[in-house]
Design a protein around this ligand. Sequence first.
Ligand SMILES: Cc1cc2nc3c(=O)[nH]c(=O)nc-3n(C[C@H](O)[C@H](O)[C@H](O)COP(=O)(O)OP(=O)(O)OC[C@H]3O[C@@H](n4cnc5c(N)ncnc54)[C@H](O)[C@@H]3O)c2cc1C
Length: 304
Amino acid sequence: MNQINKKLIYRFLGKINFNYNIGKRTWFGTGGKCLVFFEPSNIKQLFFFLKIIPKNFPFFIFGLGSNILFRDGRFNGAVIKLGEDFKKIELNKKKKIIKVGCGVKDIDLANFCLNNSISSFEFLVGIPGTLGGAIRMNSSCFNGCISDNLKSITVLNSKRELKKINKDEIKFNYREVKLPKDFIFLEAEFFVNFENKIKIKEKMQDIKNLRKKNQPLGVRTGGSTFKNPEQIKAWELIDKIGFRGKKYNNTLISEKHPNFFINMGNASSLELEILGEDIKNIVKDKTGIKLSWEIERVGNFEKF
Ligand SMILES: Cc1cc2nc3c(=O)[nH]c(=O)nc-3n(C[C@H](O)[C@H](O)[C@H](O)COP(=O)(O)OP(=O)(O)OC[C@H]3O[C@@H](n4cnc5c(N)ncnc54)[C@H](O)[C@@H]3O)c2cc1C
């Protein structure tokens, strides 16, 4: 914090917190503090913040923390969460395009599309993140994927360069987008198709029912811990090695979906991470298949 020009930064009072407990904002409910937590309401504030932070001061963009394991030590940098101006959705019916702020929650986008009879966004109903997180992770499920209808993304980088990038310039893979980590996604445009509202509603309900049947709901989890290898689902491998429904200290491996780890209340990020690494090793030993983390691990181990 000492390095930051405090005089200028305090213009943002109310939107900026120091030594902030970011762990409480993650879906796991675990993790330590960050030096700075900044929630810009608009692009001007974001520009200004990037201008005044010292060169190479690390920052991390936070959506809703549904794919994050924030480590228990302090993250010596800034966590940035997009605020009000980045939570807007605009429909241009004539051009058949929607413009969506990257701070919009997936569920709000799914409901906006339902209300406006727009199809192909139903899958977002059960993904507990924001559009920014969905683009970074190339989120998908139930035959829908965020990159499917994408037209362009507007990004800001750490040098404060604003760019609009068309989809054909971007490479998307399973759970990744090939764009630099310092890119802050601000808004995206999507092509839309109109469909009967009842059909859209039914599809959303089917997805909700399937989630209820196959995944633990209302618990502290990070969703799928590992990516699915090409030939088999990660949950099947964890099941094969006998970890389904097992409890280790404060962590439960879900009975319904063994790729979901659940914080039973007092788990630490370290405990969750060690369990994950342990499972990776056992799976490798017993099946020869190397699992890789889908959940992103951020920050430092040491407590302060
Ligand atoms: C119960 C549960 C179910 C889930 N089901 C699914 C599923 O079916 N399919 C699926 O794909 N995922 C699923 N997930 C994982 C997770 O919800 C997604 O990856 C989601 O897109 C993460 O969004 P977020 O906003 O929470 O991002 P975060 O978890 O906060 O961040 C994830 C990554 O996105 C980056 N990021 C966030 N916002 C921006 C931005 N504006 N600009 C640049 N980078 C940004 C972060 O820096 C980080 O690298 C599930 C998670 C849970 C807890």
